[in-house]
Design a protein around this ligand. Structure first.
Ligand code: G6P
Length: 610
């Protein structure tokens, strides 16, 4: 997956493209490039590595143009080097294409073009696009028609933008499977993978749908489908501000986002808890609330951190609604002919709303007639738009690649959904009120935990050189163990595993020695005594122990090396609290190792390829 941005207007596009690319770096950052057209001439500049390196290279060139496109890459086909960086171009170097997605039949197209004499200089799938478009132009078609015809031959996914020296008054952009928006300005227009790239210039946004192709001029645009049907596009006014996507004084987006959690989850629950009725009100689910409560089975499909949220959701839903709930990785779900029956409801959880596997799983489930509901953070994202109904998590933009505030907001939404269904079924008013009341106390409790930041930083210092980590938890805290381990892996590159604490004796216990740090999530709940036994087992084998424990637990200190004491809540909401110290621990270890916390190697924020 990659980030794309384009500009046409009256200003110099170079700084606009560079700043847009910087905002899109979360989508990939192994190479970047721009191409611009000026006075019937054009140029392309590319660089391996981050956008700042491209910026340095461009600085000395004195480039100025009113039309241009830019790309930041996350390699799928071909090594992450300068040659394979976008934009790609035709032999005459007067037609440029940037592409996000995968051209699945590129080998076939390439062979066909090679027979016509086209030469390829990169290892990418994307390079077929400029040559294929060029081949249609050479047959006398306009740029627009040529792009349309070229995309008619392409299998796979794309968000593209194309510019051409001989038609220097427009950008052609199209989408299938990869996100793309059009931004409308005063005598200037923009295209981008998402609004963050162009928010500094406009809040008037048109969301492209799969199959859309647009011609963007500086003062207007026209829209059709790839198959040449007319389409009406609506202009949306978005409310997100630039402040919301800046670092706000924190050294990293990840820390900012961890610290924002009291506020972000307040936003997730705002206006959604009905305290007197002990239930929740979720506008997006109103039309399907009865069908949801009548579900015979609930499935949850997601990837990464969102999948961990789904696991917590399973525990909540099964405990309180008694509806059997299964959680499955979207990548597995879509390819294994899953059993979907009448009466099944499927939730698709995705921060970005663009994860390719989750989106494909949603589409597959819709074909099979299931009720597909989205739980997304990014407003207007593909999953949000394509699901039958859904709930936004309202966590605000999450830029750090390692997901933090999106996870806790997903947990809030899942608890609100649980409350909604359970109260429609058999949960008493008293129990409903207890959950609603406890939920409303969570933001303040998270604020308390965040005050331990310095203490956790000291623990991180003691463990920064560890080579492995084990995270153990039971019940609701087992998915938190998985999430804690994932956070550490993602940003500190330390191997870490999450396990249900009791399973330790069936394997991981063999790994324990004095070099192995073990993080126990051990709040005082019904499994506390059992987890203390597991702690004893690790202690007996010399393992170094960090425990996340209840603030009133004075006994645990003597059994472990470090304790992080946190407030209590009811069991179903405990993950909202226990995950916070684990986020901070991973963050500080990565910082102490001098790593790039917000953009860890090989990862991307939004995985829009399979
Ligand atoms: C990527 C990100 C993870 C995220 C996962 C699912 O792998 O690096 O942080 O959890 O995708 O993303 P989604 O946007 O669908 O929640």
């Amino acid at each position: 997956m990659c980030g794309i941005v384009g500009y046409i207007g009256e200003r110099n596009c170079v700084p606009i493209l560079i700043n847009g690319l910087k905002r899109l770096e979360y989508r990939g950052y192994d190479s970047a490039g721009i191409s611009v057209i000026f006075d019937h001439d054009s140029t392309v500049v590319k660089n391996k590595g981050k956008v700042s390196l491209l910026e340095n290279k461009i600085e000395n060139l004195n480039l100025s143009a009113r039309l241009g496109i830019g790309h930041t890459r996350w390699a799928t086909h071909g090594a992450p080097n300068e040659l394979n960086a976008h934009p790609h171009f035709n032999a005459e170097k007067n037609l440029y294409v940037i592409h996000n997605g995968i051209i699945e039949n590129y080998q076939t197209i390439k062979k066909g073009l090679q027979k016509l004499g086209y030469e390829f200089i990169t290892q990418t799938d994307s390079e077929v696009l400029p040559h294929l478009i060029d081949s249609f132009i050479k047959k006398g078609n306009s740029l627009f028609k040529s792009v349309q015809l070229a995309l008619g031959e392409v299998e796979g996914t794309y968000g593209i933008a194309v510019i051409y020296e001989n038609e220097p008054d427009k950008i052609i952009a199209a989408r299938k499977g990869s996100p793309l928006v059009l931004g409308i300005g005063e005598n200037e227009n923009f295209v981008a993978s998402d609004v963050s790239a162009i928010l500094a210039h406009t809040k008037q946004i048109v969301y492209l749908e799969d199959g859309d192709i647009i011609q963007v001029y500086k003062d207007h645009f026209t829209a059709k489908t790839i198959l040449d049907k007319e389409v009406e596009k609506e202009v949306h006014e978005i409310t997100m501000s630039l402040d919301e996507i800046d670092k706000g004084g924190f050294p990293h987006f990840m820390l900012k986002e961890i610290m924002e959690q009291p506020e972000s989850i307040r936003n997730s629950m705002r206006g959604r808890i009905l305290f007197d009725e002990g239930t929740s009100k979720l506008g997006g689910l109103e039309s399907v609330a009865d069908a949801l409560a009548g579900s015979k089975r609930i499935l949850i499909s997601a990837c990464g951190t969102s999948w961990h949220a789904g696991l917590v959701g399973k525990y909540m839903l099964e405990q309180f609604t008694r509806i059997p709930t299964e959680v499955e990785y979207a990548s597995e779900f879509r390819y294994r002919n899953p059993i979907i029956e009448k009466g099944d409801t499927i939730f698709f959880i995705s921060q970005s709303g663009e994860t390719a596997d989750t989106l494909a799983a949603l589409r597959e489930s819709k074909i099979r007639g299931a009720l597909g509901l989205g739980i997304c953070n990014v407003v207007g994202s593909s999953i949000a738009r394509e699901s039958n109904a859904g709930v936004y998590t309202h966590a605000g933009p999450e830029i750090g690649v390692a997901s933090t505030k999106a996870f806790t907001s997903q947990l809030v939404v899942l608890s609100l959904i649980t409350l909604l269904i359970a109260r429609k079924k058999n949960m008493s008013l008293v129990d409903g009120k207890t959950i609603a009341g406890e939920l409303s106390l969570i933001p303040d409790k998270i604020s308390e935990i965040l005050k331990l930041n310095y203490e956790i930083e000291k623990i991180a210092n003691a463990f920064k050189d560890a080579k492995n980590f084990l995270y153990l938890g039971r019940g609701y805290n087992f998915p938190v163990a998985l999430e804690g381990a994932l956070k550490l892996k993602e940003i500190s590159y330390i191997h870490a595993e999450g396990y249900p604490a009791a399973e330790m004796k069936h394997g991981p216990i063999a790994l324990i020695d004095e070099k192995m740090p073990v993080v126990f999530i051990a709040p005082k709940d019904s499994t506390y005594e059992k987890i203390i036994s597991n702690i004893q087992e690790v202690r007996a084998r010399g393992g170094r122990i960090i425990a996340v424990a209840s603030e009133k637990d004075n006994d645990i200190d003597k059994l472990v090396d470090y304790t992080i004491k946190i407030p209590d809540t009811i069991r179903m909401l405990m993950p909202l609290l226990t995950v916070i110290p684990l986020q901070l621990l991973a963050y500080h270890i990565a910082v102490k190792k001098g790593l790039n916390v917000d953009q860890p190697r090989n990862l991307a924020k939004s995985v829009t390829v399979e």
